[in-house]
Design a protein around this ligand. Structure first.
Ligand SMILES: Nc1ncnc2c1ncn2[C@@H]1O[C@H](COP(=O)(O)OP(=O)(O)O)[C@@H](O)[C@H]1O
Ligand SMILES: [Mg+2]
Length: 338
């Protein structure tokens, strides 16, 4: 186990700046999630921590040690990728044992550690199988097993669940959280999925265009976003962002502002802002309404509504909860507080 310090890291690929002057400290034993859209530099940053990529500028520390010029092997890091990359000709047992054999561990020790790891991941019954005989979820468990069997000081995960179907993803998410509770190994987990980030991360680092926009506990970042991008990236459906200049009823909030309000913080009232229903989505215990106003869409989330009111074209009066409103600078997206 170790802490990680990323110090002013920049990474350029020719003209592309994949990571821009990123600094971040990850505590010993912490589960840190890098969250951001595709292309924002998550994988690049993870590969720099792993030593698979050298930063153009900046330094990486693991514990107190500057590892910037060390090889991946010298860093004692385990990485789990989106693709399972198991050795197809080896059984699950031999896949998990592989890193221990490379490290020339004793045969009895290898057996003991592989069995312990398999028990932790509930895959004892699968150890004799080859990768092609395993399901996606089973393969990913074996890949995780191969990563943890070496007892690394740091786990790096790059979108490890994105190839799995929705149900399995939820299950594996819970299992990874459990695994982190059991082992307590410092982990950095990359994803573009905000639900994964919110549920797994002890802290979330939100990235866009190679820049770190915000870092904090999931609910802190959700409730207190620094800018319109972070505000809209967390939460589903995303926060409504309305340009105050486009709506008369928003003029009291000032010009050149973006008003943000989450779909669950808008109420249907008898009087208020008049909108027209475009589409209604009934999803189990919640209903999402897409309403039209001045050609813009306002999304609201409610628990229930009579079915007769869910017809497109129906009128709805809306009320925004005043204390749930966020304001952002329309040019920069920066939050205007107070
Ligand atoms: N080896 C590379 N050569 C050139 N450009 C790269 C390379 N790796 C990544 N990039 C670019 O760097 C940016 C960040 O990529 P990446 O770190 O893979 O993002 P993410 O994992 O968030 O989707 C993208 O614009 C991508 O095209
Ligand atoms: Mg990536």
């Amino acid at each position: 186990m170790a802490s990680v310090k990323i110090e002013n890291v920049t990474k350029k690929f020719g003209n592309v700046v994949a990571v821009k002057d990123l600094s971040l400290e990850i505590n010993e034993g912490e589960f840190m999630v890098f969250l951001g859209p595709s292309g924002c530099g998550k994988t690049t940053m993870l590969r720099i921590i792993a030593g698979l990529e050298a930063p153009t500028e900046g330094k990486i520390y693991i514990g107190d040690k500057d590892v910037t010029n060390l090889t991946p092997k010298q860093r004692n890091i385990a990485m789990v990728f989106q693709s399972y990359s198991l050795y197809p000709h080896l059984s699950a047992y031999d896949n998990i044992a592989f890193p221990l054999r490379i490290a020339r561990e004793k045969k009895d020790d290898i057996k003991k550690r592989v069995i312990e790891t398999a028990e932790l991941l509930s895959i004892e019954d699968l150890l004799h199988k080859r990768p092609r005989e395993l399901s996606g979820g089973q393969s990913q468990r074996v890949a995780v097993g191969r990563a943890i069997v070496r007892e690394p000081t740091l786990f790096l995960f790059d979108e490890p669940l994105s190839n799995l179907d929705a149900k399995l993803r939820v299950q594996m998410r819970a299992e990874l959280a459990h695994l982190h509770n059991e082992l307590g190994v410092t982990s950095v987990y990359v994803t573009h999925d905000q639900v994964e980030a919110m549920t797994l991360g002890q802290r979330i680092a939100v990235l866009k265009d190679g820049l770190l926009h915000q870092v904090g506990k999931p609910m802190e970042v959700y409730k207190d976003p620094n800018n319109a991008f972070v505000a809209s990236f967390l939460g589903s459906p995303p926060m409504n962002l309305l340009e105050t200049s486009k709506f008369d009823f928003l003029s009291k909030y000032g010009k050149d502002r973006i008003l943000g309000i989450r779909p669950e913080d808008i109420e249907i009232a008898d009087t208020g802002i008049e909108t027209t229903l475009n589409v209604a989505e009934v999803i189990g215990g919640e209903i999402i309404l897409y309403l039209k106003l001045n050609g813009e869409t306002i999304t609201i989330k409610i628990d229930s509504l009579e079915e007769s009111r869910l017809k497109p074209g129906n009128k709805f009066n809306l009320k925004f909860e005043e204390d749930k409103i966020y304001l952002f600078n329309a040019d920069t997206g920066e939050r205007i507080r107070g």
